[in-house]
Design a protein around this ligand. Structure first.
Ligand code: ZN
Ligand code: ZN
Length: 361
């Protein structure tokens, strides 16, 4: 049994549950997840018995190398939707499902225009991210490799110190070392935010020198085999105030409580509430303005959501972040983020950096 046939089996089970004759998957990460295709133009039409991969002439060679023999490759000589419609007409499809997060309203309408009479397009919201949320062993191993590489990158950067370097310099250093160690790239633009700038959860690195006494929020991730890692550490540049240490301690306790709550069963909202409760008790509830975490995989933000809207129950094999923070405008920010995989009775850390506050020169 190949990885592809297992994934196709999961797609077909989902089609069965939704009484679909076929399911269309578009969007790079979804197509890559199912077929292994890494190009940017491709769609997959999964039927009850057959599965087609549809791309255009630019990708003939790449498709030949990457696409599993479970798929018939169709090279479209026009818009992909025409070939999709032809495939649909030649099989007895009545209910054709698609992920409404995959297709724009325009492309959905254009597809409907070329589909044969009697085919009904059925929108399923987030169906592909749900499929991708539970990772198999190969995916977990790729993410573990990425997370270990990311750990190594940060430790190397911290060894050279933070004080006197600009946020931009530190961000570039992270990225250069990641590439040197074999990463395909970064999961997202790295965040390096010192002092009051750390109070912005999505701060961009500035040409500002990091000075002694500042907390520095560093949030970075690397890509290995298409899979992302995601991690945050808040580091002390030189000695910091007792207040900064106290706030750090609150975030660390909240982070560890969230991690301990991870296991199959609870929803993302319930896990979020565990960490959030501790931050609220400490009086900083209004300063934790984002969700506790998110799934990570081929994309940096995937299902499930650990937050107030997280109604998906955790399952074994999901890979999630736990990243509470406290942000005090004009003063400082603290965020601690680990990446973990949910196991049968808990979760295993993929990040192996110290959780306690690290002080560097
Ligand atoms: Zn992050
Ligand atoms: Zn994150």
């Amino acid at each position: 049994v190949t990885r592809v046939s297992v994934r196709l089996g999961r797609v077909r089970a989902l089609m069965e549950d939704n009484q679909l004759d076929a399911l269309l998957l578009a969007g790079g990460p979804n197509v890559r997840w199912l077929t292994g295709f890494t190009g940017s133009s491709g769609a997959v039409l999964v039927g009850r018995e057959s599965a087609s991969f549809i791309t255009d002439f630019r990708y003939v060679e790449q498709a030949g190398e990457e696409i599993d023999s479970e798929f018939e490759t169709v090279i479209s000589d026009g818009p992909l939707r025409k070939s999709i419609a032809e495939k649909v007409s030649s099989s007895s499809v009545h209910q054709l499902g698609f992920d409404s997060e995959d297709l724009t309203v325009d492309s959905r309408d254009q597809l409907e225009d070329v589909l044969p009479e009697g085919v009904e397009l059925v929108a399923l919201k987030g169906v592909s991210s749900a499929l991708r949320s539970v990772k198999d062993a190969a995916e977990i191993s790729a993410i573990q490799t990425a997370a270990a590489l990311a750990d190594q990158v940060l430790m190397a950067v911290l060894e050279t110190g933070l004080i006197g370097r600009t946020e931009v310099e530190v961000a570039i250093d992270l990225e250069r070392r990641a590439r040197d160690l074999g990463a395909e790239g970064m999961s997202f633009p790295s965040i390096v935010a010192a002092g009051p700038h750390g109070a912005l959860p999505h701060a961009q690195p500035r040409q500002e020198v990091i000075s002694s006494g500042q907390l520095v929020v560093i949030d970075w991730g690397v890509v290995v085999d298409g899979y992302c890692s995601d991690c945050t550490r808040t580091v002390a540049a030189g000695p910091v105030s007792d207040r900064a240490k106290e706030i750090y301690q609150v975030v660390q306790s909240a982070q560890q409580a969230g991690v301990r709550a991870l296991r199959p069963g609870p929803t993302g909202r319930e896990i979020d509430a565990v960490s959030r409760g501790l931050i609220e008790e400490a009086g900083f509830g209004e300063h934790f303005g984002h969700g506790l975490g998110h799934g990570v995989g081929l994309e940096i933000h995937e299902s499930p959501t650990l937050g107030k809207t997280g109604d998906v129950a955790l399952e074994e094999g999901m890979v999630v972040t736990v990243e509470p923070g406290i942000y005090l405008a004009g003063e400082l920010g603290v965020r601690i983020e680990d990446l973990l995989v949910v196991t049968a009775d808990g979760a295993d850390a993929m990040t192996h950096l110290p959780l306690a506050l690290i002080e560097v020169g």
